[in-house]
Design a protein around this ligand. Structure first.
Ligand code: KMH
Ligand code: ZN
Length: 273
């Protein structure tokens, strides 16, 4: 089987220090958490940024500062800025994260709207998706298609048919937000994408390591991190993103999946093609 690409979603926009003290807010904390994940085996950092008080922001300046700090401690890591940001942000704000210098190699493209708990709805209209896809295409940024339920694959395929996405596509299946975190749902997603695609499995909350293990066995790639889950095991907070990545590496070893370096991940994901 191919080497395993591990993405670390180190920060997110929703989780707070009140949930786990190690959640990073400052530039130094973001760099510390990125390095812990990279040292443990992550080749991709999925990046949200915060103000020092923890407020989520899509400020280009803050992204630039955080990216420069991460590159200072792990120069070859792939940085994947979020264009999802936080619920309620405008499209214009959300897209600021990709206008850093140099342009990122990779960024998220959320391909539909979904419920985000309580009264929150994460809105991605068809026009938003097309606009974001076109902007990424024009700037030579590979999109990671974020899929919170099956309809989002169908939306992505319609955008693909309009030539706003280039094959081979890369999908990230996020289970446990809208669709449930079951192996049945993961299998259905995997069976629903073009056969030349690559994919990552992300389980939210207590489904994180179940979805990680299933993705490892099924030949996909894995995302873990504080954005998705703050526990290393039931009732025990993770000390760092690195600790979460280490656990994935241990599971992967049991199934003979070697871990991809950032350059190997670039090839496996067909960057530049
Ligand atoms: N924070 C969520 C509202 C992404 O990064 O593209 C959106 C999100 C998806 O996390
Ligand atoms: Zn995110």
């Amino acid at each position: 089987m191919e080497k395993l690409i591990i993405t670390a979603a180190i920060c997110g926009a929703e989780v707070k220090k009140e949930h786990n003290q190690a959640v990073p807010y400052t530039i130094e904390e973001i760099a510390r958490e990125a390095k812990s994940a990279y040292d443990a085996g992550a080749s991709i950092i999925h990046l949200h940024v915060r103000e020092d008080d923890g407020t989520p922001t899509q400020s280009k300046k803050r992204f630039q500062e955080c990216i420069d700090a991460i590159k200072g401690v792990c120069p070859d890591v792939i940085i994947q800025p979020s264009t999802g940001g936080a619920v309620g942000m405008t499209d214009e704000d959300r897209l600021q994260s990709i206008f850093v210098n140099p342009k990122p190699e990779f960024a998220t493209l959320d391909c539909g709207s979904c419920n985000f708990g309580g009264d929150e709805v994460f809105v991605n209209t068809d026009n938003t998706i097309k606009n974001f896809a076109q902007t990424m295409l024009e700037n030579n940024i590979k999109p990671e298609i974020e899929v919170f339920d099956k309809g989002m694959i169908d939306i992505a395929m319609r955008v693909f048919k309009k030539r706003l996405l280039k094959a081979p596509l890369h999908f990230n299946f996020v289970l446990g937000v809208q669709m449930s975190g079951t192996i049945r749902d993961l299998s259905f997603m995997v069976d629903s994408i073009p056969s030349d695609s690559t994919w990552t499995g992300t389980g939210i909350g207590k489904t994180e390591f179940k979805i990680a293990a299933a993705s490892i066995i099924m030949g996909g790639h894995v995302r873990v991190g504080f954005e998705d889950n703050i526990y290393i095991e039931k009732g025990k907070l993770a000390k760092s993103n690195g600790e979460l990545v280490e656990k994935v590496v241990r599971i992967a070893r049991e199934f003979n999946r070697e871990i991809a370096s950032p350059d190997e991940a670039r090839k496996l994901l067909y960057f530049g093609s």
